[in-house]
Ligand binder design. Structure first.
Ligand code: MF3
Ligand code: CO
Length: 254
């Protein structure tokens, strides 16, 4: 069932989203060579706690996810587990995926950061993954269907010869982090649920430089490319209003 949120609830979504954006802004500054991915997690936990929020990723799923954020380095697409033995180095790319709950509502967003100077091809992968999100976002208007977003994201990514990961999708969000509808990054226009005012969902292209196939790591969480090629991810929580889509988590300077 797709939940339709009241105006009051949408304001709470915006507050949760602002907290997620704040965390990502601080992570963008902190993600430097020599820093461990665990340090990024602890920083995120501190910011979320000080704002009076909680981190719903902690203990989520099976096996229980052990951290507040996902940190996915290079060939890891999503759901990397932060670790003190994983030290970021020049040339790496790391996706930080942050979920925070505030006053009963959730925000969820991800950015792929460059560590020091990265290769031109990694830089382009990140920039074009972000473009995929914004092309998809244009279709997130009342009366359209979810498939219109999916198709647009897929077309843009594949126009560069990139892979579009299919095993994971965007999702509705509200009181829970994962709700209906699914928002795939591939599909056909005119298919899927109709988009209505009051809906909240995450659009989150997960794009690979090589083949689109992925595999699950031994820790039961990490999703990595089968061919070892790097991957990028870009996500915002979006609410649908009369005036079109509003990104609760967007910050121009993240
Ligand atoms: N933003 C991630 C997602 O939508 C959140 C993962 S938290 C975890 O899948 F606990 F599932 F890792
Ligand atoms: Co998400």
């Amino acid at each position: 069932m797709i939940e339709i949120l009241t105006d009051e609830e949408l304001i709470k979504m915006q507050k949760a989203g602002r907290l997620v954006a704040l965390v990502l802004k601080e992570l963008a500054k902190a993600a430097k060579p020599g820093v461990s991915t665990l340090e990024l997690d602890l920083l995120s936990q501190k910011i979320i706690r000080e704002a009076g929020g909680t981190a719903p990723c902690i203990g989520y799923g099976e096996p229980p996810f052990p951290a507040a954020i996902c940190t996915s380095v290079n060939e890891v697409v999503v759901h990397g587990i932060p670790s003190d033995s994983e030290i970021l180095k020049e040339g790496d790319i790391v996706t930080c995926d942050v979920v925070a709950e505030l006053d009963g509502f959730m925000g969820d967003a991800a950015r792929t950061f460059e560590i020091g100077k990265v290769s031109e091809e990694k830089h382009l992968l990140i920039a074009r993954t972000k473009e995929c999100f914004f092309k998809g976002l244009e279709k997130a208007v009342e009366g359209n269907r979810i498939g219109d977003i999916s198709y647009t994201v897929q077309q843009h990514a594949e126009s560069f010869g990139y892979g579009v990961v299919r095993e994971l999708t965007g999702h509705g969000i509200g009181r829970e982090m994962h709700q209906d509808p699914e928002v795939p990054n591939y599909g056909k226009p005119g298919r899927g649920a109709r988009i209505k005012k009051g809906m909240a969902f995450c659009i989150e292209p997960m794009i690979t430089m090589g083949n689109r196939n992925v595999t699950l790591g031994y820790d039961g969480w990490r999703v990595e490319t089968l061919d070892g090629s790097p991957a990028a991810h870009y996500e915002n929580t979006v609410i649908i209003t009369d005036q079109g889509p509003v990104m609760t988590t967007f910050e121009e300077d993240i």
